[in-house]
Design a protein. Sequence first.
Length: 327
Amino acid sequence: MAAQPAGGQKPFHVVSPVLESLSLSKAVGTKVFMKLENVQPSGSFKIRGIGHLCQAEAKKGCRHFVCSSGGNAGVAAAYAARELGLPITVVVPSSSGPTPVRRLEELGATVEVYGKVWDDANRRAQELAEAEGWVSIPPFDHPLVWEGHASLVRELKDSLEAKPDVMVVAVGGGGLLAGVVAGLQQVGWQDVPIVAAETQGAHSFHEALKAGRLVTLPDITSVATCLGAKTVAARALRCAQECQVLSQVVEDAEAVRAVQQFLDEERMLVEPACGAALAVLYSGRLRRLQGQGRLRAPLRSVLLVVCGGSNIHTAQLRALKSQLGME
């Protein structure tokens, strides 16, 4: 089903399904609803905000997009650029691997591999964006990106009979978190707590929350490369002052194990970045937060954002399990 037009333009994302997961509900001990962002045209939630920003920039006369990405943001931007009939250059770090490069090229993007992690690629993208008529499309740190992502929560308001007792989201650079908070505020659900999931080695939001200021990780060491921003967006940190945000950091092996379990039980393959959020549910962390008095007990319902991911296939999952000594 297509989303409703906004500002006279039909958005590039679709209204994604909300389904109850019997297996996740059993693991958590209450109803778990999944917002299936893995079925978006670009394979992840990113098309919401990035598509919104690209449409706005095209209206203003952009002649060439440039985007830095660990994978999903670039795919969303390339999809939007193709729909708008505009060229795009996407800069990805070497840590992204060949899968997103192939997908980007299939969408007609010019791809440049630069640096080891996203922060390196982003510096290169900023240089390219200085060319006349070129416009930078940030993967997570832009008000229009957050505004686009907020549509996810407005859809939940229409889909659910009652607001959830908690939302579980993965956090990389913080764009999804910022969008979810904006959406919660728009629909009057700002009292819904958010569990923000990261993997160890890509946990810049967790470190920022602990320090009360932005913290730059020395390196990204997690296999969840799509969470790999060494510094989270400043807006993400402010979100934690406006809503109740509970940070949870999982190990890479937990995230990958959750990906495998989700594939077996729900027949959907998602990235380890999404696996971080799944691992929070599979590992009993919600019950632990309840025991600590940080979440209400009992929970009537949980909403999980299945953020998806285009940088995954079965061979990649086997390789990750082997790399982590899980096979």
